[in-house]
Design a protein around this ligand. Sequence first.
Ligand code: SF4
Length: 298
Amino acid sequence: MNHPYMTREGGATVTIFVPYDCGNHCPFCINKEEYSCLDGFSAEKICESIRVMDGITPYCDFVFTGGEPFANLASLQMMLDQIPTTHKVYINTTFPVLKQHTAQDMLDFVAKNREKITCINVSRHLVKYVEESPDELLAEVSKLVRMRINCVLYKNYPAEDMVPYLERIRKLGLPVQFRFDYTDTTPENLYDEENDKILADLHKVADYMGLDGCRMRCGFHFMYKDLHITYHKTLPYSTIVEEVDGTTYDILYDILIKQTGELHSDWDGTKLDVEAYRNVVFEPYDLKDLVVVTPFHD
Ligand code: SF4
């Protein structure tokens, strides 16, 4: 059943699936299968949907994901060019150096778009699943734009590798976000601290600084020496049905622009009712500091 939409002030985050693949096969990837057949994929249709979302929520955040956003610089440029500077723009990437472009091409691209890109989130996992570009290149890029390292701690990850990994990332001077495999997150375990192995492993090597969170996601903050670590957990869906002031709403956290340009309101294929979203009701963002042991700052 569809309810009227509610979302946070500024609008739900719009996640854009680029219309080209990454060439990798990370074991936790839930997007991979969608790239097995590229029929109907269209950068032009994606651009149309970006313009629609900009028209409805001119201050929402956009996130590029994939696939691999940096695998086709011309197409990424075209999509980026649709987004006015009222928006924050995040790019999730492995930051690969591929046959089709050199490290210098990547640097030039980032330099050209540095005013448009809010942050590049680069995956560097404890276990290597992909061909990584050199850390020296990431260090160069981080002089141009904000960067963060994302690291999925998947199943039986090697906890003994955590300290060497943190030492490596510390040399880059970039914050790191450890991520729970979100296909396993439930409302019951989202804030569970007692049975969370990752939290227990982090407490052994780093100093706990505090917790922030909302209905949908949370972040446990730690410091390892001078390195800011966030341990991020999020629910595997993006709509929460809730009654507010006597009306039941679909509260949207993420809207997706699929590879075909189709707009979805959740990760399970639910289409966004665009006309209904034009009348979305806004609520204050419910992300709050829940526990502050010591103030932390990126
Ligand atoms: S690089 Fe990203 S999109 Fe590609 S397989 Fe790994 S997680 Fe999936």
